[in-house]
Design a protein around this ligand. Structure first.
Ligand code: ZN
Length: 524
């Protein structure tokens, strides 16, 4: 992020730099653990490709801390670890997790020659108690990945999972590991399989799709060179489809959770994303580098759109899978595509780039079809409806009813998106108002705060009760709202009751959706 310009005197052959790194609060470290990303703590000479620079790294840890990483180790004595010399790009691609409470679990399936492990650090010893079911699911995930891709492109693989309420929660992919961060007690709750499967399967898939097969214009030799992001619907979109597919095949997710997940995504792009009418999917990928626009900060994300190339990729690639099945009369599947596109010999971590045309050719080699038109139609569409062709080809349809979704942790915000068209925090603050929806029509906008519902002090349950009751009355819902320093009352004309998206079988069609997520690996 910073460039230092030095005037080096004649005859000097070596530079020594000493510097401090200040860890931002709530990012990567607590009193009990840390995630070390090498790019935070290193300098490099400009102008030399990262793969041509060799680094020798040494790490000093607090007394008694243990660590996990995919970096090859020269020596580890007491709290001092010396790593083997390694290229800059692989050093940056190989973070270290370390902490007082650490546990390593071998999740290599029987018969698998390449070592896989789950490295856990947590803010407490208790948080490391993974259940036998989740551990079995992780081993199955490794086995299923072998079936899906038919190849691996790493020497061994480390799932680096940090469990803390005081670090940023996200996942970051690498060739031989992933740096994933979840709340401290996530392994202890009933949603462990769903949460772990959702995040870790996605980041694991990236080892093949993103790190190994990478869009050519996302591949740059120097860190200071900007990337072009137009193919992120391949890098992230295909990963976001294959991650849940593997989570379901490895039974970290139930079939019902997979259905609910797909339904929630389809609904998010159907009634939930009116911005589709002006901003096509491709533009959400191209615009990724504009951080504010990409993340939809400051409200109106339903109109601006955000990083939709992730979730909409799930629907587009599911449709690809159903077309491969249909066009080949069931002789080929998406697995044939992934084995061809992501396969080849294991030379350890390497990058094999692709362009749009090469991706189209790879699809054509599996199932001859006008893939370029198919992809362009999706990528350039400004239709308001969600692209649910894959769900329908798979023998299912989207319905709305009053049954809760079985998706633990997915709905951090309290959503009434598909009823009155509002996304709210638990305290009533409006984070988004669906453009054209009933609340929007009444005049409600993001940053306002709901104080009372039909004269009753607001809680999420009070609003939900009022929404359920709309079925039996012609009266609008009365919302008392605080807008900056003024109270105002809005009347929301809505009479549809509770509406939660689900998938429902279409009995006339074969159930190919579930066929795709059945376990494929023989050895369990
Ligand atoms: Zn990703």
């Amino acid at each position: 992020m910073f460039a230092f310009h030095l005037e080096i005197p004649q005859g000097v052959s070596q530079l020594e730099a000493t510097y401090d790194y200040i860890e931002p609060e709530g990012e990567s470290a607590t009193d009990k653990l840390t995630v070390l990303e090498w790019n935070d703590v290193l300098l490099y000479p400009a102008g030399t490709p990262a793969e041509q620079l060799t680094y020798e790294a040494t790490l000093l840890l607090p007394e008694g801390w243990k660590f996990g990483t995919s970096l090859p180790i020269e020596s580890a004595a007491a709290n001092k670890i010396v790593f083997k010399p390694i290229s800059l790009d692989m050093l940056v691609d190989s973070p270290v997790i370390a902490g007082e409470f650490y546990r390593v679990i071998d999740i290599t399936p029987a018969g698998e020659p390449i070592h896989h492990e789950l490295d856990l650090v947590a803010d407490s010893e208790a948080a490391l108690a993974i259940s036998p079911e989740t551990q079995k699911g992780m081993t199955s995930l490794v086995a299923e990945s072998g079936k899906l891709f038919g190849a691996r492109h790493y020497r061994d693989y480390h799932f680096l999972l940090t469990l803390s309420d005081h670090v940023a929660h996200f996942g970051l992919e690498h060739h031989e590991s992933n740096d994933s961060r979840l709340p401290e007690r996530v392994l202890l709750g009933p949603g462990a399989g769903y949460m772990v499967g959702g995040l870790l399967a996605h980041e694991f898939v990236h080892s093949w799709n993103g790190k190994f097969r990478r869009p050519a214009d996302l591949t740059v030799p120097y860190y200071e060179q900007p990337m072009e992001t137009d193919l992120l619907w391949g890098y992230e979109g295909l990963t976001d489809y294959l991650g849940p597919l593997l989570a379901a095949r490895s039974e970290l997710w139930t079939e019902e959770q997979y259905h609910d997940y797909m339904a929630s995504i389809a609904a998010a792009f159907g009634p939930g994303r009116p911005g589709r009418t002006w901003r096509p999917l491709l533009d959400t990928a191209v615009g990724e580098t504009n951080e504010g626009l990409a993340r939809g900060q400051g409200g109106w994300s339903n109109w601006r759109r955000g990083t939709d190339y992730y979730d909409e990729g799930d629907l587009m690639w599911l449709e690809v899978a159903t077309i491969i099945h249909h066009e080949t009369n069931g002789k080929k599947s998406i697995d044939d595509f992934t084995q061809a596109f992501h396969g080849g010999p294991n030379n350890g971590p390497e990058v094999k780039t692709y362009t749009f045309d090469q991706l189209v050719s790879a699809l054509n080699a599996i199932a001859p079809y006008d893939w370029a038109t198919f992809l362009h139609t999706h990528l350039d569409s400004t239709a308001p409806e969600a692209p649910v062709g894959g769900i329908e080809n798979g023998g299912w349809k989207i319905i709305f009813n009053d049954k809760p979704l079985k998706l633990e942790g997915r709905r951090a915000n309290f959503g009434q998106i598909y009823t009155i068209g509002l996304l709210l925090k638990d305290d009533g603050t409006v984070t988004d108002a669906i453009v054209g929806g009933p609340a929007f029509q009444a005049g409600i906008a993001p940053a306002m705060k709901v104080m009372a519902v039909n004269d009753h002090v607001f809680t999420p349950d009070v609003l939900l009760d009022a929404i359920k009751a709309t079925k039996d009355t012609s009266q609008p819902i009365s919302l008392l709202i605080l807008s900056d320093d003024y109270f105002r009352t809005f009347h929301v004309d809505y009479h549809g009751g509770e509406r939660i998206p689900h998938l429902e079988r279409v009995e006339q069609k074969p159930d190919y959706l579930d066929e795709l997520i059945k376990p494929h690996a023989a050895a369990k």
